[in-house]
Design a protein around this ligand. Structure first.
Ligand SMILES: *Cc1c(COP(=O)(O)O)cnc(C)c1O
Length: 367
């Protein structure tokens, strides 16, 4: 068996230690005589698994006590509907939601929200083909939106927010909602600056099927009557994410990843490694004319690095050569083209070094 370096944007690379532990525990979890996927979600064993996962996530992100952590299904796209169904009821009709469009995912979120409220695009980088974040001073926020939505890491376009933008001052205190699907746990964040943080697990955490929501308690209890009970955050919170069967196996794996992160030194230590990994690749991209990064250097994502060969007729040769070296899933998203290397927590520095070595070699032989 040889494990490849997997640069997929998601579902994506997992820590090898976690896969080994899951394999070792597959048939008999801790003497229970069962695989985790065979357990009742209400039994003692699984209750201990979900409680530990929740507590570990709270510790890793320093989630303040007035926030609930929910484990749901539905994915990031599901949340595009679930968030408005839970939050627009706080405002008298017709409610408005403000969106900051910085890439494909925030555009998708704004399109879905139109089913539930008025949508106001307070800022958009679409004119620049999503290669920058519009300056905060240019945002035209509405006076009283139900919330302001940002995607803090645009997986497809490779754009990342450093800090949480301060929106409350201009909006009468509207909560900030952040889609963090593709960089949650990759860097330290101040949870208290957000009303809601959500993310699908399959980018930086675990298997597809699990969606995490971190929500400030005062935002619960305002769901629209049409909101399905299983997606009503208040009901889910009151039932400790057990209103219906949660994605038990995905929660177990995510819990193993949380424990792995703690062994790595937590999110701050992970962030230092992610900075080093991203710098290795971006520094090389900046040093050559053979490849190119098109994203404003100030907002380049540490997690997802789209790049282009100056001579795009070499794209197939580049990808084939990469595959021969077991550097996998480097093809860019179809809407952007070129290449994309995703450098999630579980991608070791050695993987990025192997990629840069290959890129240098390819440049030398084909440039
Ligand atoms: C992948 C992704 C999504 C969509 O997630 P699904 O689980 O496929 O619904 C949403 N937002 C961001 C930022 C993503 O990276």
């Amino acid at each position: 068996m040889t494990r490849a370096y997997n640069f997929s944007a998601g579902p994506a690379v997992m820590p090898e230690e976690v896969l080994e532990q899951a394999a070792a525990e597959m048939l008999d979890w801790h003497g229970s005589g069962m695989s985790v996927m065979e357990m009742s979600h209400r039994g003692r064993e699984f209750t201990s698994i979900i409680d530990t996962a929740r507590a570990d996530l709270r510790a890793l992100l320093a989630v303040p006590p007035e926030y609930k952590i929910l484990f749901l299904q539905g994915g990031g796209l599901g949340e595009n509907a679930i968030v408005p169904m839970n939050l627009v009821g706080r405002k008298s009709k017709p409610a408005t939601i403000d969106f900051i469009q910085t890439g494909s995912w925030s555009v998708k979120s704004s399109a879905e929200a139109r089913k539930y409220a008025n949508v106001h695009i307070a800022a958009s980088a679409a004119g620049g083909k999503f290669t920058h974040i519009p300056e905060r001073s240019t945002w035209k926020l509405s006076a009283d939106p139900a919330y302001v939505h940002v995607c803090t890491n645009e997986t497809i376009d490779g754009i990342e927010f450093g800090d949480a933008p301060d929106v409350a001052a201009d909006t009468g205190g509207a909560p900030l909602v952040a889609d963090m699907s593709s960089h949650i746990l990759s860097r330290a964040i101040d949870v208290s600056r957000y009303g809601v943080i959500f993310g699908g697990a399959q980018k930086n955490i675990g298997p597809a099927g699990l969606t995490m929501v971190i929500v400030r308690e005062d935002l619960l209890g305002h769901a629209l009557p049409i909101c399905p009970s299983a997606f009503n955050w208040k009901i889910v919170a009151d039932n400790d994410s057990m209103f219906n069967t949660p994605p038990t196996y995905a929660i177990y794996i995510a819990g193993l990843v949380f424990q792995w992160l703690k062994r790595q030194g937590g999110v701050a230590a992970m962030e230092q490694r992610n900075i080093a990994k991203a710098a290795l690749l971006y520094d090389y991209l900046d040093a050559t004319d053979f490849y190119e990064s098109r994203v404003d250097p100030k907002v380049r994502s540490r997690m997802n690095v789209p790049f282009f060969l100056a001579d795009e007729t070499l794209n197939d040769a580049f990808l084939n050569g990469a595959k021969e070296r077991r550097l996998l899933q480097l093809k860019g998203h179809k809407s952007v083209g070129g290449m994309r290397a995703s450098l999630y927590n579980a991608m070791p520095l050695a993987g990025v070094a192997a990629l840069v070595d290959y890129m240098r070699e390819f440049e030398r032989t084909r440039g």
